[in-house]
Design a protein around this ligand. Structure first.
Ligand SMILES: Cc1cc2nc3c(=O)[nH]c(=O)nc-3n(C[C@H](O)[C@H](O)[C@H](O)COP(=O)(O)OP(=O)(O)OC[C@H]3O[C@@H](n4cnc5c(N)ncnc54)[C@H](O)[C@@H]3O)c2cc1C
Length: 359
């Protein structure tokens, strides 16, 4: 694979801030839009353009939405081997594009696909990569990207720089940055290319694509999340949380302890090594509130904690704390939600949740 020219300290080149837009046909991973909003702010500070990189079919349809969210340019890369996503061809496409246009920053979502592509591309580009950032900013003097992420088990926040190589690359968890409001009518430059890819370098063949079952609400889109921890005591007890989530139109999530116990799938884990969520309402049921869990949910608008230990750290971040046995409290909550939905005419639209003792 052709390597990008290695250069140091920002000499020459276009110096744009790029976001690789993750998409499955017309469906864009929300983190890509979140990153375009952030890229626009970073690019403004650097006095350069923010640009979207859209690899695979359907790029033209996605350029408009990217412009409306703050990109000033869209690089569309199409051609055989680029659909569906596969590491090698996408890596070749991104590395070739970066070699030609020399962005100073490339951002990707810290999703399964983003992590895969970012690490492969950073290796080929011989540059650094900071994974799972929770904050990004620009050093006002050196104009370097300050990439902040939890380190040492979440006990410290490390700020990492890539001073000697470009592009500076980072992945960012979904939900860390707010999605920008689309401003219809904002246009931008389209730079389309059809690179010739080395098929001999393609070592992976996709045999089948099995989509999610579809009966689970994504944690990223959920307005209400009911999360359970070790206090649930067994996999079967998650049925209680599912019932509450169902009544509230929400999704079920978990702490790592519950995931490690095999009670629920790892896709449902919230926290430093799970997902970052920002629902309107987050229930923490039988979750102690370890710093690694808080890292993934403390941007929630309202946190309701149910725990039988009055000293549990989760109460420090809870807006409403209920000291009690979750096996007694949860059925009461479910009944109360049902009652209010019934009295609101069955549609639940006027449901207002008031629970427990405010801390
Ligand atoms: C590098 C690293 C990364 C990590 N990443 C994550 C991560 O992404 N997400 C994450 O969650 N953790 C993560 N952890 C683990 C984290 O440190 C904690 O161990 C974990 O969050 C604890 O899960 P928990 O709160 O469910 O369990 P516990 O800490 O055991 O808490 C269980 C709670 O349930 C309460 N309880 C028990 N019975 C009842 C009952 N009947 N009713 C009400 N309350 C009850 C208890 O009082 C207790 O507070 C990570 C750790 C490391 C080292």
């Amino acid at each position: 694979m052709k390597k990008a020219a290695r250069r140091s300290g920002g000499d020459g080149g276009d110096g744009e801030v790029w976001v690789v837009v993750e998409h499955e046909g017309p469906d864009v991973a929300p983190v890509s839009w979140e990153l375009i909003g952030e890229a626009r702010a970073l690019a403004k500070e650097l006095g350069v353009r923010a640009a979207a990189v859209i690899i695979g079919a359907g790029g033209r349809e996605l350029a408009g939405p990217a412009f409306s969210r703050g990109a000033a340019a869209a690089y569309l890369v199409s051609g055989p081997k680029l659909d569906p996503y596969s590491s090698d061809p996408h890596c070749q496409a991104l590395v070739g594009l970066a070699a030609r246009h020399k962005p100073q920053i490339i951002l990707l979502g810290a999703t399964t696909r983003g992590r895969d592509l970012a690490s492969a591309a950073a290796t080929e580009l011989e540059t650094g990569l900071t994974a799972d950032c929770t904050a990004l900013s620009i050093d006002p003097e050196k104009k370097l990207l300050l990439q902040t992420r939890p380190a040492f088990g979440g006990n410290v926040m490390a700020t990492i720089i890539t001073p000697n190589h470009q592009p500076q690359m980072a992945t960012v968890r979904p939900g860390v940055f707010p999605p920008p409001e689309p401003v219809p009518g904002d246009g931008g430059d389209i730079i389309a290319s059809r690179p010739r890819l080395k098929t001999t370098a393609v070592s992976v063949k996709q045999l089948e694509f099995i989509p999610d079952s579809g009966n689970e609400i994504s944690l990223q889109g959920a307005k209400v999340i009911v999360a359970g921890g070790r206090g649930l005591k067994a996999a079967r007890n998650f049925a209680l949380l599912e019932e509450l989530a169902c009544e509230l139109g929400g999704a079920v999530a978990a702490s790592r302890a519950a995931v490690d116990a095999g009670w629920i799938s790892a896709q449902r884990q919230v926290g430093q090594t799970g997902q970052t969520v920002r629902p309107v309402l987050y229930f923490a049921m039988g979750i102690s509130g370890a710093v690694q869990h808080l890292a993934g949910m403390q941007a929630s608008d309202i946190v309701v904690a149910v725990n039988n230990d009055p000293e549990a750290p989760i109460f420090e971040v809870a807006d409403y704390g209920i000291v009690g046995d979750l096996f007694a409290v949860t059925p009461t909550l479910i009944e109360e939600v049902k009652r209010r939905k019934a009295s609101a005419g069955g549609n639940g639209g006027a449901l207002r949740i008031e629970t427990g003792t405010q801390k």
